[in-house]
Design a protein around this ligand. Structure first.
Ligand code: SF4
Ligand code: SF4
Length: 423
């Protein structure tokens, strides 16, 4: 694609990056069938190709309006288009740039702006998010029906044993970053991951002072907040990195994908560039770490119960929902499923598995109608094989799907942990 970037961006690093991405798109349209919003709305401007065209106009200095903003807002950021693109167009990065530039040039209505401001000031902060959740649950009967449906369910009480985090005892060590909303909405997930790793001879360290990976602020085009959160996390991680941990892990695939972006996002920061690159180089999704430990995992599973797995586990039918961040950002399609099979679970078929569930960070709150339509079709696909439970790899998807099904929805590592704990 030919481009002629406007003066305001032509000679900047962001301009050079955007230009290279735009030029890599050949307008073939192969990405269109992969795009959930194009499938739902049938409008070229709600497709990757149409949005690329809108962002080209923006970067070439043409007038930008709420029209551009609307079509960029409707994008899930799921990056399914990247998986469908034969030219390797880095659509997700272009979207981040396009949203940031649009936010600087198009004002939002006061109510919409306030909603986004509150989301970015509350969701990434565990204490504030917990307080808001409790207050909102208490006030639930007074809220309008449309808002009541969006309130997160309070997670079930969990026994103390489920929160047990093994003390470090192995030479092999990783940092397990706990995230922001995950300890509130899925408190058992990180301890379960730490226990599984411990059984495989890897100690999972917690670090003080880290928080949200920065993805929430980035989705909301709040660049300064994003970079502040990245720098804070790097500071919190640094002594563990210097001590030689072999990886930095998150159990939420979207957060792992964000960690992988630190080096790129801070590449022009002289104080943080090198450390950010190091953090990104160490970022691993939990599934990738366990996939490299299959012999040890298989041995631990056999020790736990003997092989083959017991009838109760083998009979448990699980539908696995592969989050977009796992498939399209981390390119880790088909990594979790063999681990669940190794633990003796029977996986059911899930049609259209590459399609987003509609959670997508804050999308379910900011675009509730589209999000709900995607959720309904995702739950139908997951339930079609009559599973007894649904497993996923991302706290946002887990919480979103939980709101639309009577089946238990859990992180896949909880299932491995349970299987190992039977021994
Ligand atoms: S993003 Fe890729 S698939 Fe889509 S139109 Fe451009 S080159 Fe073709
Ligand atoms: S990120 Fe997802 S919703 Fe956005 S254009 Fe790409 S496929 Fe469509």
């Amino acid at each position: 694609m030919q481009t002629a970037l406007a003066d305001f961006i032509r000679n900047s690093a962001a301009g050079a990056e955007a230009d290279a991405i735009l030029r890599s798109c050949v307008h073939c349209g192969f990405c269109l069938p992969a795009c959930p919003t194009y499938q739902l709305l049938g409008d070229e401007l709600d497709s990757p190709r149409g949005r690329i065209y809108l962002m080209k106009q923006l970067l070439e200095g043409e007038p930008v309006s709420t029209h551009t903003q609307l079509h960029l807002d409707r994008c899930l950021g799921c990056r399914a288009c990247e998986s469908g693109c034969p030219s390797g167009v880095r659509y997700g990065r272009l979207l981040d740039l396009g949203r940031t530039l649009t936010a600087a040039r198009v004002a939002r209505a006061p109510l919409a702006a306030a909603k986004r401001y509150l989301l970015r000031k509350i969701v990434p902060h565990a204490g504030r998010a917990r307080a808001l959740l409790l207050a909102a649950r208490a006030a639930r009967p007074l809220l309008p029906k449309s808002l009541r449906g969006q309130l997160p369910r309070l997670p079930p009480r969990v026994p103390a044993a489920a929160l047990r985090w093994p003390a470090p005892r192995h030479a092999r060590r990783v940092v397990l970053l706990e995230g922001c909303v995950q300890p509130i909405l899925g408190a058992v997930i990180n301890p379960a991951a730490a226990r599984v790793l411990d059984r495989l001879g890897i100690s999972a360290l917690q670090v003080r002072g880290a928080g949200c990976c920065g993805a929430v602020a980035q989705h909301l085009a709040a660049e300064a907040d994003t970079l502040r959160q990245l720098r804070r996390n790097i500071d919190a991680l640094w002594s563990a990195v210097e001590a030689g941990v072999e990886a930095i892990i998150e159990t939420s695939s979207a957060c792992t994908a964000m960690l992988g972006e630190y080096g790129h996002l801070l590449r022009d920061d002289p104080r943080y560039a090198a450390r950010a690159a190091r953090v990104s180089a160490l970022a691993r999704d939990l599934s990738a770490v366990l996939a490299a430990e299959v012999p040890a995992l298989t041995a631990a599973l056999q020790r736990s119960q003997g092989a083959p797995p017991d009838a109760a586990t083998a009979a448990t039918k699980v539908a696995f929902q592969a989050p977009c961040s796992l498939q399209h950002a981390l390119k880790a399609t088909g990594v979790v499923e063999p681990l669940l099979r190794a633990a003796g679970y029977a996986l059911t078929a899930v049609n259209d598995g590459q399609r987003c569930c509609g959670s997508a960070g804050t999308y379910s709150i900011l675009q509730p109608e589209l999000s709900q339509r995607l959720l309904e079709s995702k739950v139908r696909a997951l339930e079609a094989g009559a599973p007894q439970l649904i497993a996923t790899a991302n706290i946002g998807c887990l919480h979103h799907i939980r709101g639309a099904t009577a089946l238990p929805v859990r992180h896949w590592v909880e299932l491995i942990d349970e299987r190992l704990a039977r021994g």
